[in-house]
Design a protein around this ligand. Structure first.
Ligand SMILES: Cc1ncc(COP(=O)(O)O)c(C=O)c1O
Length: 471
């Protein structure tokens, strides 16, 4: 193979792919079943090297059959969009491949990660805070729970978890499943994560939290961790941090803010009031790979006190790697990973490119577009808003006239839309009601894109009704 030719071909192919993100007529996905994909692709690795023609064919097919998450009709996930400067940052990061553990092998990236953590802490109001880039929001939540556990039981690092302590964690009943996984990983057990009732909009009810904490204490248990969710996964609701902080202070419990989805809202002067009290939290998970549209993965755990992250690490036999010779802290000393991707650099490139103001405007646009979508739902005769919009998410369903099983109809509608490649939107359940969940995570989405989505949805529904596909 001629690498020079291959590189030139790849540049052109990437350019073509990027341009197609703005083309609403190109499909979001060319849907194929797993069996069909196995036939299209020659998946097993061969004994001999592939020819250059075959190699470029693999590239073509990979791009052709992958979901175009940068297309503006990809409205399915809490991440989406194509962020050009961050893409460049990713490319340069990979070209200069290194690991974040030491200044020795990642001098510039270390300085950039420190700068990004300081900037993010300045938004959070953590005056002497710290932080680390992690492998995603789930892991940020895990490290936050680990930090809270080590606060009440520092010996746990060496002795393991003592069940006599009866540690209990408290989360919104609509919080992300990663908290239960974290309790599992930490040996605390998912049954010890107590779910607190949310109101009809999905926000944790502070009085219910206080009640659960007080009941727990009177049972002789040790509440050690409370999580406020900053934009719940299904409805985009923001928990009342300020009130929760008062309660946590009274019970001396760690308060974590899970902003894995909605944490970036802190950049918006208009809307950051939804995170009022964030500076009173002990830790904050913030995923720029969601609402800041940075390519996956880009995720940080911020902590309010400098010492926190160092106290999580069992630093045995690390002198082979941490030589402490460059008069700067090696970031690896506060991470539970050893090898660690450079994820801060693409964020830095993007922030430099848009500026603080640019990002503020981008976040404001996402909220404005979600409101635009909500208004369409409210005024359309066949659309029903299932929960008032809190932020970036609109939960709704299509209600055809006639006698239809609405859950089955909406599921089929979503699947037909997805398999047609026109749009992808996700769904979840509010009680027993299936809700289509439209998320405006891509800050480049404009009114035309949303109009197109609803037109395609209505067309697909109409053809289902005409064909009596679902009765
Ligand atoms: C509220 C919330 N917390 C945590 C996560 C997990 O984040 P990640 O996918 O980066 O692990 C998500 C993911 O959607 C989320 O919505």
């Amino acid at each position: 193979m001629n690498n020079k030719d291959l590189l030139r071909y790849s540049f052109e192919r990437v350019e073509k792919y990027i341009n197609s993100n703005d083309d609403n007529t190109s499909p979001v996905v060319k849907f194929k079943t797993p069996g069909e994909l196995s036939e299209i692709f020659s998946l097993p690795v061969d004994e001999e090297s592939a020819s250059q023609t075959k190699f470029t064919e693999y590239i073509e097919k990979y791009l052709d059959y992958s979901v175009r998450t940068g297309n503006k009709q990809f409205l399915n996930q809490l991440y989406s969009g194509f962020n050009f400067p961050a893409f460049l940052g990713e490319v340069f990061t990979v070209v200069a491949n290194t690991s974040m553990y030491t200044y020795e092998v990642a001098p510039v990236a270390t300085m950039i990660e420190k700068e990004m953590i300081n900037l993010m802490n300045s938004y959070a109001g953590y005056k002497s805070g710290d932080g680390i880039f992690v492998t995603g929001g789930s892991n940020a939540n895990l490290v936050a729970m680990l930090s809270a556990r080590n606060r009440v039981f520092p010996e746990g690092r060496f002795e393991g978890y003592d069940h006599n302590l009866k540690l209990k964690a408290f989360i919104n009943e609509q919080a992300h499943y990663s908290f239960e996984t974290a309790a599992n990983v930490l040996g605390i057990g998912s049954k010890n994560v107590i779910k607190v009732k949310a109101d009809k909009n999905g926000r944790l009810i502070p009085e219910e939290l206080e009640k659960k904490l007080s009941e727990s204490v009177s049972r002789g248990e040790l509440p050690f961790f409370v999580a406020a969710t900053c934009a719940t996964t299904l409805s985009g609701a923001y928990d009342p941090i300020d009130e929760m902080a008062e309660i946590c202070k009274k019970y001396n419990v760690w308060l974590h803010a899970d902003g894995s989805f909605g944490g970036s809202l802190i950049l918006s002067e208009k809307h950051r009031h939804l995170m009022k009290g964030i500076e009173k939290t002990d830790s904050f998970a913030w995923n720029p790979h969601k609402l800041m549209n940075i390519p996956l993965i880009c995720s940080a755990l911020l902590v309010n006190r400098k010492s926190t992250l160092y106290q999580n690490i069992t630093d045995i036999n690390t002198d082979y790697i941490f030589h402490d010779i460059d008069a700067v802290e090696d970031l690896g000393k506060k991470s539970i990973q050893c090898g660690r991707r450079v994820d801060a650099v693409k964020l830095w490139f993007a922030w430099k490119y848009y500026g603080k103001k640019g990002y503020r405007d981008r976040l404001d646009n996402s909220v404005a577009m979600a409101k635009y979508a909500e208004d369409i739902v409210k005024t359309h005769p066949n659309l029903e808003l299932l929960i008032p919009r809190q932020s970036f998410t609109v939960c709704f369903r299509f209600v055809p006239s006639g006698d239809f099983d609405l859950n089955a109809f909406n599921l089929e509608l979503r699947e037909n839309l997805r398999k047609s490649g026109k749009s992808i939107v996700n769904y979840g359940y509010i009680g027993n009601t299936l809700a289509l969940r439209l998320v405006i995570a891509n800050s480049d989405v404009q009114e035309d894109d949303i109009d197109l989505f609803f037109n395609q949805l209505a067309e697909t529904a109409t053809s289902m009704i005409n064909n009596k596909q679902v009765l």
